[in-house]
Design a protein around this ligand. Structure first.
Ligand code: 0RA
Length: 637
């Protein structure tokens, strides 16, 4: 290791600082793993982002070279090169070799970006096998090289800069003695972060080139975080256009972009000085509080929430929300070195005020959008309320009950749930056929009295009080709502088997809605199916055929060269019309049957349909049931 011979005691101290970084990288960049490796790049790019935020840099390039060294190039003002009066060396060298030097000296520009760990580029220098910095400033190009943090010679000019050009280029090769195990950069990880940086640094171009693979990307977002929200919602159904608010309070920049969609999920991101604060913090709390308060106030004033209705909770206003809050603070405080959570207490008030004002104005000026948002919140509030009641009910009633299997369950003998199936069958007569026709070794039958469910005409919380549904819950063995656990599941396949008529369709919708709201994992993990009984039975010569659809039937008749009235054709109106043997052959025997795997989209659709079915308008209801009765996607199992 070459150490410049002229160093005085104070220089040695500086370098001892960098030695400390090498000894305990965890303290400075959070470790020596892949995450920490990527952090080196972010730390360097952050300095250029600062220049962009100061309005003095428009373009940042990041290049991974074939040897995995990385260059970060910007067209900012360039790190000052003049000699620091006390330290008696170039400011560049001070920045590159002093911990915490950040950007807080020289030109007076404060550091707003990055600085998560507050160590700056000197820590990257310390952890690099070698590092070179080139500064274009005052018509010259200056250069210095370091090896494991040690300057190899004083900063010197290596040529002339092109007319008026300024900027900084830092190139470093991480030290494989520190970052072991052949770690290397991941293109996708880096590009994700650069995309975020570009979103929250509106108008800055970030160009990323990976020379290992020659992949390249350019990020530039005229619309800043508004573009970010559009990007996140690119595949969703929007309830309104993006609401953007921006304001500076006490030297702190605050901006937020908000858009509701019809999704069930929430996509909310918060940034402090371009850092994605994944653990949230005061800025995020402020934004959430503002949205909930404003929506409640609006809904009350507009009469959409009645006096008797409780306020929307924070959870109610989160469903379908896509939002970004981004703040630029001269002195950000984070919870700890590893927890990325903003702690500055004033930010909650400031953000709440800015977002609140902007969102009120938006709702007042866009009553149609406001109505859709409130409607969405009402729906999620109802679903949550139903879930809460269901949980209470089940906890209260089923402490004992869930240990005992329901009397009407015809269980199977197999206990290994990867092999077992539960058929939920509509009606006692079909239940009887299914019980006789099944393979009792692995198939269990639970008949539900469809009539009861069908006439209940109540909301889902009432249905949970229904004995039939409670029997279903205890048969499954999973618990429900927050207490749901797949480990208790007694059957690997849960099959809904209903008639192909209006009532059957209604009950199927209801069951799907029930599973969607209270047992979503069951669907996510692919345990829920819909049985597909045939529509017809056609006996011809010594053979019997079972077409499952109208089209199948027509095709078959054509193939057999027969007209409809010349064959023995039976149309099944319900499962009850099949004898046990027929039900087994056509619908339950794994060798012949077709099962439809229920996807979360199917169930979500059913959930929406359920609201419509439970509404009072009879005609649209009829129509809906009839047109959708058999339109479920076909998936062979
Ligand atoms: C201190 C002061 C000034 C600029 C910078 C640091 C600076 C640092 C980095 C790091 C990467 N790119 C950078 N660009 C600029 C302002 C100097 C002035 O007032 O001209």
């Amino acid at each position: 290791m070459v150490v410049n011979g002229s160093y005085e005691a104070k220089d040695i101290q500086v370098l001892e600082g960098l030695e400390a970084v090498r000894r305990r990288p965890g303290m400075y960049v959070g470790g020596t793993d892949l995450k920490a490796l990527h952090h080196l790049v972010y730390e360097v790019v952050d300095n250029s982002i600062d220049e962009a935020l100061a309005g003095t840099c428009t373009r940042i390039e990041i290049i991974i070279h074939p040897d995995s060294s990385v260059s970060v190039v910007d067209n900012g003002r360039g790190i000052p090169v003049d000699i620091h009066p006390e330290k008696n060396k170039s400011a560049v060298e001070v920045v590159m070799t002093t911990l915490h030097a950040g950007g807080k000296f020289g030109g007076g520009g404060y550091k707003v970006s990055g600085g998560l760990h507050g160590v700056g580029v000197s820590a990257v220098n310390a952890l690099s096998e070698w590092c070179e910095v080139r500064v274009k400033r005052g018509g010259q190009v200056y250069f210095q090289r370091y090896e494991r943090g040690y300057p190899q010679e004083a900063v010197k000019s290596i040529g002339k800069a092109k007319d008026g050009e300024t900027g900084t280029t830092t190139t470093f090769k991480f030290d494989p003695m520190i970052f072991l195990n052949n770690l290397d950069y991941r293109f996708d990880t880096l590009s994700q972060r650069f995309r975020e940086m570009a979103f929250v640094t509106r108008g800055t171009t970030i160009y990323f080139l990976d020379q290992r693979t020659n992949r390249e990307l350019t990020f530039y977002f005229e619309g800043g975080i508004t573009s970010f929200v559009r990007y996140l919602n690119r595949n969703r159904n929007l309830l309104h256009s993006v609401v953007f608010v921006e304001k500076e309070i006490e030297g702190i920049g605050i901006e937020a972009a908000v858009q509701y969609t019809d999704a069930y999920t929430e996509s909310v991101y918060s940034f402090a000085n371009t850092i994605n604060t994944i653990d949230g913090g005061t800025h995020l709390t402020g934004m959430r509080a503002a949205l909930t308060r404003v929506i409640n106030d609006y809904a009350r004033k507009a009469g959409l929430l009645k006096d008797a209705d409780p306020n929307f909770s924070g959870d109610d206003t989160r469903e379908g929300l896509t939002a970004i809050v981004s703040i630029k603070h001269p002195d950000p405080q984070f919870e700890s070195q590893t927890k990325v959570k903003l702690m500055n207490p004033e930010m909650q008030t400031y953000v709440q005020q800015v977002v609140g004002e902007g969102f009120v104005t938006f709702l007042e000026e866009n009553p149609q959008a406001a109505k859709s948002i409130v409607q969405k919140c009402l729906t999620s509030a109802r679903a949550r309320d139903a879930a809460r009641k269901a949980r209470d009910l089940v906890i209260r009633k089923s402490a004992l009950e869930s240990l005992t299997l329901p009397g009407k369950l015809a269980d199977c003998s197999e206990r290994d749930s990867t092999k077992t199936e539960l058929y939920i069958v509509e009606g006692d007569s079909a239940g009887g056929s299914a019980k006789q026709g099944r393979d009792r070794h692995f198939q269990a039958i639970l008949p539900l009295r469809g009539k009861i469910l069908n006439t209940e005409r109540a909301r889902l919380d009432k249905i949970l009080g229904n004995n039939e549904v409670r029997a279903l819950i205890s048969a499954l063995g999973t618990g429900i709502g927050d207490n749901f656990g797949l480990e208790g599941l007694r059957y690997g396949r849960v099959v809904i088997m209903t008639d192909a008529d209006v009532d059957g369709s209604h009950i199927r919708t209801l069951l799907l809605t029930f599973f969607f709201r209270y047992m979503q994992e069951l669907i996510d993990e692919g345990h829920l199916y819909i049985a597909q009984p045939p529509l017809y039975r056609i006996a011809h010569k010594n053979q019997v055929h079972y077409p499952y659809t109208e089209a199948d039937k027509d095709k078959l008749l054509k193939e057999l060269g027969l007209s409809q009235d010349k064959v023995n054709l039976q149309r099944y109106k319900g499962l009850g019309e099949m004898n046990p043997q027929q039900l087994w052959e056509t619908t339950m025997n794994p060798a012949n049957r077709t099962l439809l795997l229920v996807t979360i989209e199917d169930a979500a659709e059913a959930d929406r349909t359920f609201d419509m079915l439970m509404g009072d308008a009879v005609d649209p209801r009829r129509r809906f049931i009839q047109t959708h009765a058999r339109s479920v996607r076909n998936l062979d199992v």
